[in-house]
Ligand binder design. Sequence first.
Ligand SMILES: Cc1ncc(C[n+]2csc(CCOP(=O)(O)OP(=O)(O)O)c2C)c(N)n1
Ligand SMILES: CC(=O)[C@@H](O)[C@H](O)COP(=O)(O)O
Ligand SMILES: [Mg+2]
Length: 659
Amino acid sequence: MNVSPKLCYNMFWKIHSCIMTSVRESGEVGLGTLLDGINGPQDLKSLSLGQLEKLAGEIRELLIHTVSANGGHLAPNLGVVELTLALHRTFNSPNDKFIWDVGHQAYVHKILTGRRRQFSTLRQTGGISGFPKRCESQHDVFGVGHSSTSISSALGVALARDMSGDTYNVIGIIGDGSLTGGQAYEALNHAGHLNINLTVVLNDNEMSIAKNVGAMSEYLAKLRTAPTYSKVKHDIEYLLRRIPAIGESVAKTAERVKDSLKYLLVPGMLFEELGFTYFGPIDGHNIPLILDVLDKTKSIKGPVLIHLLTQKGKGYAPAECNADKFHGVGPFCIDTGEIIKNGGAPSYTQVFGDTLVKLAEQNPDIVAITAAMPEGTGLKKFSARFPERFFDVGIAEQHAVTLAAGMATQGKRPVVAVYSTFLQRGYDQILHDVCLQNLPVIFMLDRAGIVGEDGATHHGVFDYSFLRHIPNMVMMAPKDENELRHMLYTATQLNGPVAIRYPRGSGVGAESKPDFTQLELGKSEELLLGKDLVLLAIGTMAAACCQAAALLAPKGIEAGVVNARFVKPLDGQLIRRLARDKGVIITVEDNVLAGGFGSAVLEYINAQQLNWVKVLRLGLPDKYIEHGPRNYLLSRHGLDPQGIAASAEAFIRQFGVRK
Ligand SMILES: Cc1ncc(C[n+]2csc(CCOP(=O)(O)OP(=O)(O)O)c2C)c(N)n1
Ligand SMILES: CC(=O)[C@@H](O)[C@H](O)COP(=O)(O)O
Ligand SMILES: [Mg+2]
């Protein structure tokens, strides 16, 4: 009988799932196993190679089991199991310092550094974070969540080490996707120049979240198929030493010979040219091989780059086949790999993506730009429909912004779709390259407000504050997914920079008609009338405010609700009227209070000398918000209907109701 490898693999996977199901049912994942004996990295030192390989399997089971329940970054972690084991086996953390790029692949590191028993709390309220965090463990040397920082921070640690006369090892671990970010090159440039002792491990799985893009990615692919440079170096040295009589002296000049030969044998040794000693490419799932190369590179002076080839999702068939889907995933069924869906209305992301395609069908100047997140930002459809008008620039938000500015000077209508938190990278480019020249670039800020389980590094709670003060910028936030459509349409009709911010996840199920309405610039929408106070809401806070008003009514408080729509320009006319008629304004936003929407309203009231108005600002405090479910975090910060109603009631009781 002829059995295809794919069929074999599927059969293996079925048997494996059955075993896993019974293990899960007995509630024994990772207990009574090798993993159970790992209380810290020191416990790895005595394990045999066979045991390390068995441990790798147990870690994979634990990863799959935990992420299937809590959600998280499964595929990146499955890909670095062997690498992380080898790192902790070779080096001595926390004396030696590991610095992870993005940090979404540091689960194995967490498991091996004393957090195995807390691992079931991953990404949950009060539980361990999905990213390295200095306050969580001394093994987490550098906090992270945004990409391409590892070489910079590792270099900083290495420089500090040398200044203090210490001798520990510093190892930065960066993925091929993160190597598309400009900061990584700034750091390579600096490290190569300093000739400092520093190890960079490049974990190359040919994937960012989506397939990796760019010339560097193509260069890595060339290295992948070229003869192993480290092997070539070794072989040349070996051969030269074996030449009778002259062997030793020739071997002494081997360094020079190798230097000339390497150009012939391996095209464009970019990393070596930058001052790094390059090792690779090496199979990143072969523990003895990784141990060997780590051991060898330990004694090399100057910066070293070890290029490992890994497979994202390794060991779990659904993640191997769909590495992008399992990059960051919600709870899923282990046996089938199916994501457990909440159902509900289409997400803001989807509505944006569909709307952009519609608008682009009518306007050939519309182009779309993503920084390595075509799926997450909803641009997948656009990329399929208009491949020549779609640009994935890699993890390069700064470049994305200035690229858009350049296109806008030539009459294009660039739409930069980006997560709010990652646009923080492009602040100067927005200010200096886009707004100063008043260029019509549209910024679509997804994942604005509280994002949930990714936590402090990912909440998009600063965007009102870092965008609204920039001259020429128009900033809007829709109350629902249907309004998002009209806002995007409106943005295409304006002739300057526009930012629109909206949250992660489902819309409210708002009905949408096929036509578009151009919204009046700086005009808000009165949703509910109420004589005692007004809840002046921005974005999705409008719905919470309507519910809060309903909670206040039985208490004899008549609250009006306004959907502000614009953070900039503000609806000054409305604010003056509210000040005159009600005298109590409560602003509500899911942004930090500092410099946010409420601050804008206060500035306006001050500028107009409407001094009698009582203003309460509800929003997020001047601190980083931890990880946890989005609704829980909103309620914890008083931004759910109950919280808003309670604050409004207390405020009105303190300042009285104007009759
Ligand atoms: C500045 C910034 N932009 C975007 C992201 C979103 N993001 C997280 S991981 C990732 C891909 C990283 O790819 P790579 O470094 O190769 O890691 P892999 O997941 O492949 O192991 C992206 C785009 C981010 N974390 N930071
Ligand atoms: C690590 C990272 O930055 C992304 O993977 C992020 O976690 C994606 O989040 P979403 O699930 O909101 O797309
Ligand atoms: Mg990668």
